[in-house]
Write a protein that binds this ligand. Sequence first.
Ligand code: NAD
Length: 480
Amino acid sequence: MQDIKNFIGGKLQNPIDGSWLDNYNPAKGEVYSRIPASNSKDVEQAVEEAKNAFPVWSQFTIEQRSKTLHEIADKIEENLIAFAEAESLDNGKPLSLALAIDIPRAISNFRFYAQAITQFASKSHETVGTNSINFTLKKPLGIVGCISPWNLPLYLFSWKIAPALAAGNCVVAKPSEVTPMTAYLLSEICKETSLPEGVLNIVHGTGPDTGQAIVEHPQIKAISFTGGTKTGEMIARTAAPMFKKLSLELGGKNPNLIFADCDYDKMLQTTIKSSFANQGQICLCGSRIFVEESMYEQFKTDFVAEVKKLKVGPPSEASSNLGALVSKEHLEKVYKYIQDAPQQDATILCGGNKVEVEDHEQGYYLEPTVIEVKSNRCALNQQEIFGPVVTLMPFSSEKEALALANDVRYGLSATVWTNDLNRTMRLSNQLEAGIVWVNTWLNRDLRTPFGGVKDSGVGREGGFEALEFFTEPKNICIQY
Ligand code: NAD
């Protein structure tokens, strides 16, 4: 059985106290590796190493930093298949998805910030009339903490690490303990690049032990976190009184508004993806589908027919549209929502059952499930399920659609299907979401701000926003 190691001060090492956690292959429900159950001692060592490395890394020229990030991207690319296989094995997602989305996007994250940092300029302001000039430096913060979830493991881990490093910071990072493998592979390849020892430290372990130790460490100046809203609350409670910079990317319950004037075929195919890609475990999945009354019955029939064609199977098989859910605990959580549906006056239109996959009988498989609801106030529509479960509900007017979409504590993304330009503009303005997609979904340009409103988070990632987050502006005023 493989042991995953911490990456501290450029070395791969066992946890200081010798405690380990089991790491599961969700497709088979079997333990297949061990990960360090690190605690505050490991985090302390990582912080010391980061502190020693900071004077070196922050003085690297922009070109040197950029070159190092490109080297990391190149090394991941050289090992694309091994990374994708590891991601699929660790997470349960189809290998085809890891090959097409997760790992290429992790490569793009490093490449994007390798380039973005070369364009991230200081500003100056001439104060005419007082013979003064102001210039604003963008200083790296020092040591920053990056904490990521299990659903898009390397993709989201690198989305934080790449801008943090590009901006000249040293990093203490923790991937999810549920999916630690590709972060470990990343640490192995970093050893083969020009990244100086101690610049990137990866400490594995649970949220309450390792994560909490990162958040409460006084020398860690900022926390970039992606995960659940409840965890975000806990992190804010610890970090805010310490005046740390905080970027919180949290949960979602995204609406998908479908109007009768849309391009029907494109909408139907995309809605299948926005409902069930990655087993519905993407924070941007459109889990509440609202459909204009006049085409509701037709959509319901066609959508359910398409969903029934989706194949649940081993992640390694090319024919599998859905793989396994990430853990037994998560499977049971999602399944409970389905079991409780009848008590909420909701009707299961298709799916709803666990799936026993041949030769993978202990794996965590669930049918893609479509549930018709009568009210947006039910738990199925108000709570984040984060699995292959979507709800359907008709609406009779644009006003009602907007009210339903906004009637939730979350505000991450929203999708609108319509060919009416004025409606597009009205809804885009009024939807309470950080990201609105019109006639598309998961269409990403890395230069754009990424993040949510309401209980979906605070701050924005992406583009220069992340570089702003990972730097502190210092204004200097000179009179001549
Ligand atoms: P989670 O909140 O349980 O864990 C996320 C990370 O936080 C893990 O690394 C975990 O170990 C760590 N953690 C847990 N408790 C901690 C604590 N007290 N202190 C510090 N760290 C702690 O989330 P998850 O179950 O891994 O991921 C699913 C959630 O992530 C969903 O709610 C989903 O919507 C959200 N998510 C949001 C986005 C976004 O961009 N907004 C993207 C992906 C996932």
